[in-house]
Design a protein around this ligand. Sequence first.
Ligand code: SF4
Length: 971
Amino acid sequence: MANVSLVIDGVKVEVPQGTTVLEAAKKAGIYVPTLCYDPDLKPYGGCRLCIVEIEKMRGLPVACCTEATSGMVVHTETPAVNQSRRTVMELIMANHKGDCLTCAKNQNCELQKVARYLGIEEGHFGRLRPRTRILPIDDSNPAYVRDMNKCILCGRCWRACHEVTGIDAIEMLNRGDASTVGGLGNLPILLSRCETCGECVARCPTGALVFRESRVVTREVKTTCPYCAVGCQVYLGIRSGEIVSVRGDKEGPANSGHLCVKGRFGVAGFVHHKDRLKKPLIKRNGKFEEASWDEALNLVVLKLKTYKPDEMAVISSAKTTNEDNYVMQKFARVVLSTNNVDHCARLCHAPTVAGLATTFGSGAMTNNFDDFSNAKCILALGTNAPEAHPVLAMKVRQCVRAGAKLIVANPMEVDFVRDADLWIRHKVGTDVALLMGMCRIIYDEGLHDKEFIRERCENFEAFREALKNYPLDWVARITGVDADLIVKAARMYATNSPATILYAMGITQHTHGTDNVMAVADTAMLTGNIGKPGSGVNPLRGQNNVQGACDMGALPNVYTGYQQVADPKAREKFEVAWGVKLNPTPGKTLTEIMPLAHEGKIKAMYLMGENPSLSDADSKHVREAMETLEFFVVQDIFLTETGQYANVVLPATTFAEKDGTFTNTERRVQRVRKAIEPVGESRPDWMITCEIARRLGAKGFDFQGPADIMTEISSLTPSYGGINYKRLEDGSLQWPCPSEDHPGTCILHSEVFARPDGRGRFVPLEYRPSAETPDAEYPLLLTTNRSLFHFHTGTMTRKVKSLNILRKEELVAINPADAAELGVSDGEMVRVISRRGSVTTKVMLTETSPRGTVAMTFHFAESPTNELTNPAFDPVAKIPEYKVSAVRVARAAPASSKEAMISALHRASADSVFRAEVARDAAAALKEYGLNDDERTAVASGDVEKIEPLTGRLDERLRTWFTARLAQAKR
Ligand code: SF4
């Protein structure tokens, strides 16, 4: 793009065409006051403070909305400019509640800064009539407070909610003096669709939006979010050895400074939770007793020595660092001589590793997040990114708003549907039929990329033959989707090139998960949508380091970088490096290890940072298996539901207390940095494992630290060959990065595929129904999903107060029509029953679940959803079929009057309006909270003064509700 040259306050400045005068001034180092400007948002011109004089231009244009042009001569401070700015500022100040000394933004307030710059003092605007309206403070949200009396209507909050996150929870309301910012109906923000990402709060220039925790920090440490695999870069703010804030790093390649609710508000609560494990525990006579490290480690060593290799298994962790995982799999192979090492990738993306390795030669995301903006079409299959990968979802919404088409294929009405051009609501488990049906249309209509297929792929003839098995009417019947819609989707994907595919566990967690993944790969190859910008097949991995744990060889059949255990050459390489003879037989997968433990064949287990007690399918059976183990060591940050079955529990540090690296879903290796000292006597995982190895007499575990471990990883792993801590200090690297002078790889398969012959392989596929389908006894289909506010088995997020307020319990999502047939109502307790177990939970009526399908998360130990799920697994990837289990729903045993009342009260609390009948219900239920008749009458009558003191006796959620209602009543 050509540059333009202009003069600002006598300074010559050159900027790219399209730059605004405000940005040009910034580049020239000239301060121009503004309150509504934000570099991430479109120019707004709302505050009128950045006015300037431009020679040969009439009036005082706003610099943020005026494009810089060649030859422009700009003056940023003239008498006319200063006078106008002062008048604007005085009007803003006159309407601003001025309690600076007690305001959380004091000293950090942009309004103060501009007022100081313009020399505005109190007496200057005293002559103006101030706003008399006093708005109630909205403190309904557990993470931040809104005081609209301090709002200056700069619009940064609602513009960010629209332009950056695409959530659209808030907007500008009313007109003139009544203007304000709020959600639909201007109800308390907790009742809006706000996702509590904090993006608005982080951008508010005044004290109108403030985080509840707003202590000034003494230092900040840059690290990586410990939750999902988006891999957001964060700065942890530290004060007195504690994490007191989290902010997004604008330079973070995956997040550009944005965070979701878990990343921003879900860290300090678990890191500093009182229940953190601080000392090793040894179970004696069925009870855990604290022990010294020496005692605990000696016992572990003594016991592990007594088992044969095949009798032992090691479970590694997608939550811990690459270095922790590398050491763990090395421990299994070198010290225990077993390849029985696996981790929870088995439960989420094992089909990705298997399916993409078969078709492309490499089982990872092909492109990166930034590249999505090059796509003309995004096909989002079986992903609920807005809940599971929220910052990535923001990116996708931005692409859609910039013009990309979005096709959503999902049986559930996920939030992406709001933004979609087409929504395919196919039956759960029919993805192969849908994708092959689309491929057939693409081929029949000649929309396939003939040259790409000819030049880059193989086995196309067999694939084309197989497409004959997918006539449109049959596909429509199997998937339950209108034939026209399938045709439209096929055409939209094939004709808007480049097009990219995103998918997640809606694709993988099936007994035919590997087929589903290969169907995705076939679809991309058929249209030539692979290996170029804006195209690709992008599996969205779940946990922060599930990609890294796989890369590190925490899998039973591969060493690091997917080098095969069964390949003698690869094995020899590791034997030489590690100085031992290695077991040549691939080990057992997680889903095989647990049944073998149940049978008594696996007798000892060493598990790091996982919670199969809640995460594994048919979890009752898994718990029985863990009970059967003769010796069980669990290493974790909390005494989890799994830890309860251990003989020895070893306290590990969290991500905040150690150094290391995580590899996000883009194959991006990023640093994790120690921000605080280890809590109690906890130790980093790698250090504990190395200590056990040394005590067992092993060599090669004397690492000086994680950097040293990474040196060994890169020496043995071609795709990590050029990755080291020195380079990572300057930023992240995406593998493959084979050498120190290699910049890393953004797009895979651009010239050749990673298969041995360099060609992509089409796989002909046959549609297979799910292992268990609804029948007369179990007429509903249960599918599992995730809540935005919690993560995995809740080990971390359930320790965070604000997240527990935002979502406190399991809810089974039932379509209202199904609920009517079942005779159950919203908020009622029901039992969900499958062939494997029964779980009691509360009903949430919602049309996001299609008829005949119910959905539950697995975050809540009180309602262990995976007691219901089907352990039948995919024959290749051995992943269980979490997405399809047959269940029935029955009303729970009649609730006690107390339970019924509390349930009524909770139901009432979901109501957005303070209505008399709601208040009456609530008053009746409040008896259960020990409120006497008078007090309850006060509630029923809406007597604000009397209600207020009672709120302290309610639980958190009800208190929040009452406080919000009271604020309304006062208005
Ligand atoms: Fe953390 Fe994922 Fe949220 Fe980013 S999107 S802040 S990585 S949980």
